[in-house]
Write a protein that binds this ligand. Structure first.
Ligand SMILES: NC(=O)c1ccc[n+]([C@@H]2O[C@H](COP(=O)([O-])OP(=O)(O)OC[C@H]3O[C@@H](n4cnc5c(N)ncnc54)[C@H](OP(=O)(O)O)[C@@H]3O)[C@@H](O)[C@H]2O)c1
Length: 349
């Protein structure tokens, strides 16, 4: 597989590369990339055939969007790329109308993103996070209006319950509204919970899946070691400075890391490449977001699309990282399926 193995995002006409360029690092010299490195990362991605660029209104306080906008202009690539950004997180402490998924904030956020990106439309507009209060009907109606006005071409949902995306799909179909074309979710060998509800719901609704943080913020590259008390030893990487969503490193995480290390030692691939390839090749995944702090990291990650390992290697990773038993999902096994159908296994469409 290469960056030019284009595919549609879910059941839509939006055509994307198998790796999307995440730009959360852009314009963030603390744990990301300064402007000049961000620029080289962007052009390397485009030169290698990539067409799917992801940013958000809040990344680096808006600087990521400004940089992406200027790189798109420099490269005259606006008609070639799928430019995606997000709304939903708050931009102004103390002002509830500067965040959330209500109509008022969506319009405010979109105008800001269009200005910073220097464009008059967004190809794929993401609801960044479920705000837990706005009715899905309001979100759908607002985004449908924006599609009809030509300000956005498509939209998707990120970091939400599966039922919310499924309900949106059903409402859109029945109410003649535009529905979400994809879900953007955390998925890696260190976090596989979306396999329980989100992946089946996305398939059922014809929505694509775009995983984020496939390297678990850098943990799966092997740069971090375990301290004697079970914690995370400094690895000179992002988790040393910015670790918002990796509260606990479990025994299973360390066992997964050990299995990855062994496979890397026995092959020509790095741990990062194997971990990324695992996500990119999972059933139901359309395009995987890759984040890089340097051109070297990006190049290594693009080459992960070519990872070719025997079936036993993937089975080993699958087994060591499998999510634990949780009701009712632990009931849905081939054995129960056979039992339900009188000893005969039945496979669904
Ligand atoms: N929707 C959401 O809520 C959400 C949330 C998070 C991210 N995202 C999107 O997903 C994108 C990717 O997320 P992410 O940056 O967290 O992805 P990631 O792939 O899990 O982590 C990327 C980090 O890993 C390290 N790394 C990357 N490639 C490496 C390599 N080959 N060798 C060694 N280290 C390597 C770098 O950090 P160090 O060098 O510092 O270790 C890099 O910043 C973001 O840019 C953003 O677009 C979306």
């Amino acid at each position: 597989m290469t960056l030019s193995d284009y595919r549609t995002l879910g059941k839509s006409g939006l055509i994307v590369s198998p790796l999307a360029l995440g730009t959360m690092t852009f314009g963030n010299p603390s744990w990301g990339s300064p402007d000049d490195v961000s620029e080289r990362i962007f052009h390397t991605y485009l030169d290698r055939g990539g067409n799917f660029v992801d940013t958000a209104d809040i990344y680096s306080g808006g600087r990521s969007e400004e940089l992406v906008g200027s790189f798109v202009r420099q490269s005259a690539s606006r008609d070639r790329i799928v430019l995606s950004t997000k709304f939903g997180f708050n931009a102004e402490a103390g002002n509830p109308h500067a965040g959330g998924n209500g109509r008022k904030n969506i319009h405010r956020a979109l105008e800001g993103s269009l200005r910073r990106l220097g464009t008059d439309y967004i190809d794929l507009y993401w609801m960044h996070v479920w705000d837990m209060v706005t009715p899905v009907e309001e979100v759908l109606q607002t985004l449908t209006d924006l599609v009809r006005q030509g300000k956005i071409r498509y939209f998707g949902f990120s970091d939400m319950p599966a039922w919310y995306a499924a309900k949106a799909g059903a409402l859109a179909r029945d109410g003649q509204l535009v529905g979400p074309v994809a879900q953007q979710l955390y998925y890696s060998l260190a976090e596989r919970s979306i396999e329980r509800e989100h992946l089946p719901a996305a398939r059922d609704a014809g929505q694509g899946v775009v995983p984020w943080s496939p390297l678990a913020y850098g943990f799966l590259t092997g740069k971090y070691r375990r301290t004697s008390d079970g914690g995370l030893a400094s690895g000179s990487g992002r988790l040393d400075k910015f670790n918002p969503m990796f509260p606990e490193v479990t025994d299973q995480h360390w066992a997964t890391l050990a299995a990855l290390r062994q496979l890397a030692d026995e092959s020509d691939y790095s741990m990062a490449q194997i971990a990324l390839a695992w996500v990119a090749n999972r059933a139901g995944v359309d395009a995987t977001l890759t984040g890089a702090r340097s051109v070297e990291q990006l190049t290594e990650n693009i080459e992960a699309l070519e990872v070719d390992l025997p079936r036993e290697a993937w089975s080993k990773l699958d087994a060591v990282s499998r999510p634990g038993h949780t009701f009712p999902y632990h009931i849905f096994t081939p054995e129960v399926n056979r039992g339900v159908f009188g000893g005969q296994p039945v496979r669904a469409w």
